[in-house]
Design a protein around this ligand. Sequence first.
Ligand SMILES: NC(=O)c1ccc[n+]([C@@H]2O[C@H](COP(=O)([O-])OP(=O)(O)OC[C@H]3O[C@@H](n4cnc5c(N)ncnc54)[C@H](O)[C@@H]3O)[C@@H](O)[C@H]2O)c1
Ligand SMILES: O=P(O)(O)OC[C@@H](O)[C@@H](O)[C@H](O)[C@H](O)CO
Length: 383
Amino acid sequence: MKAVHFGAGNIGRGFVGLLLHEAGYEIVFADVNAELIDALAAATEYKVHEVGEVSGTRVVDNFRAINSATDVDRLVAEIATADIVTTAVGPRILKFVAPAIAAGLQLRDGDLAPLAVMACENAIGATDLLAEEVRSVLESSGVPSAGAKAVFANTAVDRIVPAQDPRAGIDVTVETFYEWVVESRPFGEKAPVIPGVTFVDDLGPYIERKLFTVNTGHATIAYLGFTQGATTIADAIAIESVRAGAEKALAETSTALISKHGLDPEMMRAYRAKILERFANPHLRDEVRRVGREPLRKLGRHERFIGPAAELAESGTTPAALLAAVAAVLRFDVPDDSQSVELQAMLQERSADELVADITGIESAHPLFTPLVETFRSVQAAE
Ligand SMILES: NC(=O)c1ccc[n+]([C@@H]2O[C@H](COP(=O)([O-])OP(=O)(O)OC[C@H]3O[C@@H](n4cnc5c(N)ncnc54)[C@H](O)[C@@H]3O)[C@@H](O)[C@H]2O)c1
Ligand SMILES: O=P(O)(O)OC[C@@H](O)[C@@H](O)[C@H](O)[C@H](O)CO
């Protein structure tokens, strides 16, 4: 059994690669980072250090590595004969990996079982997005039927994997906790067997619960913590006002989730408590700059702040804590984050009305529009 995994970064090596390895797959890592690929290609194994209340080390071997920028033919041939393709590259990058998947499908023997494609990104419908890109490449190549040689399934992945100490080489330090949920319907009776993966009929409640709790909470702590001068998430959550801000934001997202998906309030209370404990993990050095990365993406319409805030506003509630978190996002001024630089320039140059519509996708008729414009204006006025 063989899996091709795009993105040999933190979650790629520290979670997706690990679980696929433990499921018995040979892994072909594909990445555009030449230094990383060379290091993986030269190694026979790497270690995943799990840190938390119970710590341990797992070893991943039986992998190869391909530079997906320079060794495209080899990569396409690997995809053509793989059982699984996964990605952990970031949602904006999916369109760049789609052509190789499309080419692999064209080359694939029609007698092989369909290729299982799963995008493991923090976004709702990430695999749908990848599937659209793959199908569009196949259509423009005049071979739309090759799309039938793949099954595309959405997923939700949860494990905190911080940026790694460069001295660790290709080894990865991760938290002990993990959760990988995959929608089962696209596979019918033939879902891949990956111990540790939970298959569900409807991924909607799972991905929203994850994105609007783990990621909303994480990001709120990162942005509020940044405004308070904190460097790590563990430092930030130790600041009382930051923790209180995150707890309030999460109380709001839980209200939205419970109302939309009928989730059990007691289960959500325990889920929130568990994630706050995970964020405070003293063994994990996770920087607010990583968690706050790409603030423009995080302010998107279906993302961790605006998604639940819009639902609350539609039901007549003003999501005050989420709006306070959005104000902190606007203060995320990090010179080596290109989206932060772009956001800061936009705040200097353009009106709040325009910015709310362009960045958040919330239009003027929406009940969240005016509170968002006020939030943007208050930050602009304070600059
Ligand atoms: N780190 C976490 O805690 C975590 C947890 C759950 C989900 N995720 C999600 O996983 C994805 C990756 O996050 P990460 O933290 O591992 O980031 P990362 O930056 O550590 O890894 C991303 C990797 O993708 C590679 N890449 C970029 N463009 C590529 C391309 N065109 N083809 C192949 N590889 C390419 C990069 O070189 C990098 O090695 C994101 O969507 C993130 O939201 C991360
Ligand atoms: O990866 P992002 O940029 O969408 O979000 C940053 C972190 O919140 C995220 O990587 C978490 O560590 C992860 O989602 C935990 O499962």
